[in-house]
Design a protein around this ligand. Structure first.
Ligand code: PPE
Length: 304
């Protein structure tokens, strides 16, 4: 997806003009995928731009850093404040926010412990991740032939740059095969995640999603949707899902910061029909919540 430049990038405490936000080719993370990052959205609301659950995203970023033994030279509070400062400086009403903590230039070799740690935050306008039509028509998915990495190979709880090779292989395969998105199974054959989204299915009015132990990223949209569904009186269960559960689901959808809430139209060419009532209700409440229109969820709107 092409990116439209904004004015500034926050780099190690300073606002740097977009075109000057450069790093050395020998940066450790470029070679070994040793960075951790976040994907966050800022939405336009009646009270000005509001970042959706910014604090929780920054907390996950620091958990990712802890897992990968990265000493972050800033506090979570500083990253939260820097995000607000950057959005204001870029004069954006709504945007995607990408903080990244990476190992920079100075050390090579597989031990990242001595490599310098750098932090950047970027913001840019990012439209519908899976296309505008996806929200109403749903997306065509396939079960990837690529297996989701095992918990003891790469911890899914951390959002690290290198682990996305796995998702990119699955995404390329899906696109080349004529689908919109890939759903990945773990070693046991249970659904883990889509390439960049969590997966939900509805059966007999109950909402099911894979448990964290199956290997999905502990999505913040996932957590929000679980709360929304429970508040709507829908029974939500964390339970292992196999591929045939997807084929026969009454409804299915995916959640993610970039993707937001997107119905699944088909899985391996098994049609699931038009988006169902639970999907639509959850989706509608989610979009109202991010725009600051649901009083109950006003804690989720962090105004900049
Ligand atoms: N699973 C995976 C594998 C994943 O990458 C994401 C986010 C999620 C689930 C949903 O998590 P959350 O955003 O907290 O609800 N994927 C990010 C990366 C997108 C990209 O292309 O880059 C995102 O949605 O920002």
């Amino acid at each position: 997806m092409p990116i439209e430049a904004t004015k500034f990038v926050w780099m190690d405490g300073k606002l740097v003009p977009w075109e000057d936000a450069k790093i050395h080719v020998l940066s450790h993370t470029l070679h070994y995928g040793s960075g951790v990052f976040e994907g966050i959205r800022c939405y336009e609301t009646k009270r000005g731009p509001a970042v959706f659950r910014l604090t929780e995203h920054v907390e996950r970023l620091f958990r990712s850093a802890k897992i990968h033994m990265i000493d972050v030279p800033f506090s979570p509070q500083q990253i939260v404040e820097a995000t607000g400062e950057l959005i204001r400086a870029n004069q954006l009403q709504s945007c995607y926010v990408r903080p990244i903590i990476y190992h920079g230039y100075g050390e090579m070799g597989l031990n990242p412990l001595k490599a310098p740690v750098n932090v950047s935050i970027l913001t840019w306008a990012w439209g519908a991740y899976l296309g505008e039509d996806a929200f109403t028509k749903g997306v065509k998915t396939m079960i990837s032939s690529w297996q989701r990495y095992d918990t003891n190979a790469i911890p899914p709880a951390a959002k690290a740059t290198g682990q996305y090779l796995n998702s990119s292989l699955a995404k390329m395969e899906a696109i080349k095969s004529g689908y919109d998105e890939a759903i990945m199974l773990n070693r046991e054959g249970f659904v883990a995640d889509a390439s960049g989204e969590n997966v939900f299915i509805v059966r007999d009015g109950v909402l099911f999603t894979p448990p964290i132990s199956a290997g999905p990223l502990e999505g913040i949209t996932r957590a929000s949707v679980i709360t929304i569904a429970e508040d709507l009186g829908i029974d939500v269960k964390n339970r292992n899902i196999v591929r045939s559960d997807l084929y026969t689901a009454d409804e299915a959808f995916m959640t993610g910061t970039a993707a937001e809430v997107v119905p699944i139209r088909s899985v391996d060419d098994r049609d699931l029909g038009d988006p169902g009532p639970i999907t639509k209700k959850v989706q509608e409440t989610f979009f109202a919540a991010v725009k600051g229109e649901v009083e109950k969820y006003s804690d989720w709107n962090e105004y900049v």
